[in-house]
Design a protein around this ligand. Structure first.
Ligand SMILES: [Zn+2]
Length: 416
C-alpha cells in the first residue's frame, strides 16, 4: 500500500489530490514531503467569501506541517492559488487542511494540542521533534477554536476565585461554572480588580447573567461590589473554601508572631509546628498528631487560634440559616475576646458579611463545597507546570486548555 492511499483514507481533502511522496533529510532525522495539487477542473475557493472563483495566479509552494508518521516528520507541499473574486478582489484561496496563515495542518494542531494535555508542552515538543513555540501555537489555536464555540446553555451557578500568579502579588481572576454535571473554567482575567470582573460580565452578556441563580465568591471587596451590581438577582454565597482559607491564614499569622516572640525568649516549642496547625486533624501524619497532642497541653496563642478555627468547622454542618447565624454570632464573640489580633480581624470580616455567609445555607445542596477548592488546586498545578511561562497570554491559554473542557473539532480520523 502506498502512503498516498493511507492519506486518502485518513485525511481526505476534497478538490485536491495527493501526488509524489519524497524523502527529505531534516535536522535530526528523516522527513517526508507530500506534494498536493488541485483536482483538475476544480476552482479555488476564495478565502473571503468561501465561494469557488476563477484563478488569478499561483504563489510559491508552501510547506504545511502534518502529523508525523513513525517518528518521521511529514509536510504537505502545496502552491496556493490566488483568485480573482468579484466580491473580495484578489484573494489567496482557502484550503481544507489548514486555516489562514497557519503553517500547521489543522489535524496536526489538534494532534499536538491533545498531547499537550497529557504531557507538558516541553515534553510534547521533544517527543514530536518540534519547538515549544509550535506546541504553544497549536494549543492556542485549539483553545481559540473551542472558546469561540463554548455552549453556555444551562449555566446557572458560577464560582469566582482569585489566584496568585508568578511570584509577587500578581493575581488572576478565574470564573468557574459549578453546576451539577457541568463544571469547568469559564473565564480568565488578568488581575483581580473590579474592572476585571466587569469584563467577565461583559463577556457573559446581560441575558446569560440574568439567568444566574448562584454566585460563589470570596469576601474580596471589588468582587462583592461588582457582583451586587451585575448579578443582584442571583443568590450570592461566600463559599466555604475561601472562608476557611482566611481562617487558615489567621492561624498561621498568630503562629508566626508567636514563634518570633518565643524565639526572643529562647523557646523553640513551635518549631516545625506549621502543618500540625494548618492541616485538618484527620489528615495529620502520626508524628504530627503526637506533636499536636503535646502542643495542646500548652496554653499557647497558636493553639487558641487553632481551636477557634476547628470550632468554626461546625458552622458548615448546620442545616438552616437561623441556627447557623446563632452559631456564627457566638463564634465571633469568642474570637473577639480571644485577644488574637488576626482572629479578631477575621471575626469582624465575617460579621460584616453575615447575610452573604448565611446564603451558603440558602443554597445548600446546590453548591458543593469542594468544587471551587478543587479547581483552585488544579489551577495552581497548571501554573506550577507552566513554571517559566512569562506572559499572561501563555498562562491564560494553559488554563483554558486544561480546565476549560472546550469543544474539539471532529475529523475523519483521530490521529491520537
Ligand atoms: Zn470572495
Amino acid at each position: 500500500m502506498q502512503l498516498k492511499t493511507i492519506l486518502k483514507r485518513v485525511h481526505p481533502v476534497k478538490g485536491f489530490v495527493y501526488e509524489a511522496v519524497k524523502w527529505v533529510t531534516v535536522e535530526g532525522g528523516l522527513g517526508l514531503e507530500v506534494d498536493v495539487r488541485p483536482r483538475s477542473g476544480t476552482q479555488a475557493v476564495c478565502s473571503g467569501c468561501d465561494t469557488p472563483r476563477p484563478g488569478y495566479d499561483t504563489l510559491d509552494p508552501r510547506r504545511f506541517a502534518f502529523v508525523p508518521l513513525w517518528g518521521i516528520l511529514v509536510w504537505l507541499i502545496y502552491a496556493m492559488r490566488r483568485v480573482d473574486c468579484p466580491c473580495c478582489g484578489i484573494k489567496v484561496e482557502r484550503v481544507p487542511w489548514a486555516e489562514g496563515k497557519h503553517q500547521l495542518c489543522t489535524c496536526y494542531i489538534w494532534f499536538l494540542a491533545r498531547w499537550a494535555r497529557r504531557l507538558s508542552w516541553k515534553e510534547t515538543a521533544e517527543v514530536f521533534r518540534t519547538s515549544w513555540d509550535t506546541v504553544f501555537r497549536a494549543v492556542e489555536a485549539a483553545v481559540e477554536w473551542g472558546r469561540a464555540r463554548v455552549d453556555l446553555t444551562g449555566l446557572t451557578s458560577i464560582g469566582i476565585d482569585e489566584i496568585m500568579a508568578w511570584r509577587g502579588h500578581k493575581y488572576l481572576t478565574l470564573v468557574y461554572q459549578i453546576d451539577e454535571g457541568c463544571r469547568r473554567l469559564l473565564w480568565v482575567g488578568n488581575e483581580r480588580k473590579a474592572r476585571t470582573l466587569l469584563q467577565f460580565f461583559h463577556w457573559l452578556g446581560k441575558e446569560r447573567t440574568a439567568l444566574l441563580k448562584f454566585v460563589c465568591s470570596d469576601m474580596w471587596k471589588p468582587y462583592l461590589k461588582v457582583i451586587a451590581k451585575k448579578a443582584g438577582l442571583a443568590v450570592h454565597v461566600l463559599d466555604r473554601f475561601h472562608i476557611m482559607s482566611h481562617l487558615n491564614k489567621a492561624v498561621d499569622e498568630v503562629r508566626r508572631r508567636e514563634v518570633s516572640a518565643l524565639r526572643i525568649k529562647g523557646i523553640q516549642i513551635l518549631k516545625h509546628a506549621r502543618w500540625c496547625l494548618l492541616k485538618r486533624p484527620e489528615n495529620l501524619t502520626n508524628g504530627q498528631q503526637d506533636k499536636l497532642a503535646d502542643l495542646l497541653k500548652l496554653n499557647l496563642r497558636s493553639i487558641r487560634a487553632y481551636l477557634l478555627r476547628e470550632q468554626f468547622q461546625f458552622f458548615w454542618s448546620y442545616k438552616t440559616p437561623g441556627w447557623a447565624g446563632r452559631f456564627l454570632d457566638q463564634w465571633c464573640t469568642r474570637a473577639m475576646r480571644s485577644k488574637l489580633v488576626p482572629m479578631k480581624k477575621v471575626a469582624k470580616m465575617l460579621r460584616v458579611h453575615r447575610p452573604l455567609l448565611l446564603n451558603w445555607f440558602r443554597a445548600k445542596g446546590r453548591i458543593s463545597a469542594g468544587v471551587v477548592e478543587g479547581f483552585n488546586g488544579k489551577a495552581k498545578l497548571v501554573m506550577k507546570r507552566a513554571y517559566g511561562f512569562r506572559s499572561y497570554r501563555t498562562l491564560e491559554i494553559a488554563l483554558y486548555h486544561t480546565l476549560g473542557d472546550l469543544p474539539e473539532l471532529e475529523s475523519t480520523h483521530r490521529f491520537c
